[in-house]
Design a protein around this ligand. Structure first.
Ligand SMILES: C[S@@+](CC[C@H](N)C(=O)[O-])C[C@H]1O[C@@H](n2cnc3c(N)ncnc32)[C@H](O)[C@@H]1O
Length: 275
């Protein structure tokens, strides 16, 4: 496994169990769930395509939830697609994903996630060489692109898993320039952890235990982050340069994501189709 992926695996293994309990993560995840659910049409999972007598989950849409974590995207879109597969580099995240209610209830054939590293520059992990990890209609990468060493490689490798000429990739991530939050990661990475007065005020208002968790999270997460945020222009270029030359779209989600309860930032959703 490439060393940056290994760093991500270690960090996310260590925090998989508390992903669902940390309040700021819950709030962020709820914001994404609402944003995705409210934009199903825009994403291409159009409720008007569903015949009245046909339950939406019977429609043939195969979804890849890449860097799925415990599976928020799979939970939200699962009821509207025919099959879901998750891939993540963290074994512990995969355990959480496969334990989830919807995966249990509908069974492995319908929803299942697999551990592996698709992003090794030397070649994708052989564990991911399974026939049902190809030919997807839609892939979603939520809150993970900023962790990848090489986003261009990620987009290309995901593109190889989609249906040629029609597959769509949706990316949800932090909007560049929407906060000074990326600078905190850069400052921490360089060992100059200086908070702005506004950040300090928010931090000091938090209970000591939460401040301690933020400190730990900042120190743990910083080395896993390669591109803290993305602009619209960067997303367009990322898609175009890597095979997704059709139907580029970009929107900003309403509201702010209060990352770690202190660093206010905005999220975007962007998608494009394979050329
Ligand atoms: C912040 S979590 C997001 C999880 C989920 N997509 C969500 O929206 O809640 C980032 C995820 O990216 C995964 N990840 C990081 N690097 C990866 C890689 N090289 N391949 C696959 N998954 C990776 C982590 O293990 C983690 O589960």
């Amino acid at each position: 496994m490439a060393s940056h992926s290994e760093r991500n695996r270690e960090y996310f293994d260590s925090m998989a169990a508390r992903y669902h309990t940390e309040p700021w993560i819950q709030e962020g995840v709820a914001m994404i769930a609402e944003g995705v659910d409210g934009h199903r049409d825009w994403i291409g999972i159009d409720p008007s395509n569903v015949k009245n007598d046909q339950p939406s989950h019977k429609r043939s849409i195969r979804l890849l939830d890449f860097a799925c974590g415990p599976g928020i995207i799979s939970q939200v879109l699962g009821p509207h697609v025919s099959q879901v597969r998750g891939i993540d580099v963290s074994e512990k995240m995969i355990e959480e994903y496969n334990k989830s209610a919807i995966a249990q209830e509908k069974g492995k054939e319908f929803m299942h996630a697999v551990q592996g590293d698709l992003l090794d520059p030397a070649g994708a992990d052989k564990k991911l060489d399974l026939p049902d990890l190809y030919e997807f209609d839609l892939a979603v990468v939520s809150l993970a692109m900023h962790h990848f060493e090489d986003p261009d490689l990620a987009v290309r490798r995901i593109g190889e898993r989609l249906k040629k000429g029609s597959g769509v990739l949706l990316v949800i991530d932090f909007l560049d320039g929407s906060s000074n939050e990326e600078s905190i990661f850069q400052r921490v990475a360089k060992g100059h952890k200086v908070l702005t007065p506004a950040e300090n005020e928010k931090l000091n208002a938090l209970p000591a235990a939460q401040r301690q968790r933020i400190e730990t999270a900042l120190n743990g997460a910083t080395p896993t982050i390669k591109n803290p945020a993305f602009s619209k222009a960067r997303m367009e270029e990322l898609f175009k340069n890597n095979g997704f030359g059709k139907n580029f779209e970009f929107l900003t989600l309403e509201g702010n994501f209060e990352r770690m309860g202190v660093f206010s930032t905005k999220l975007f959703m962007s998608k494009a189709q394979l050329s």
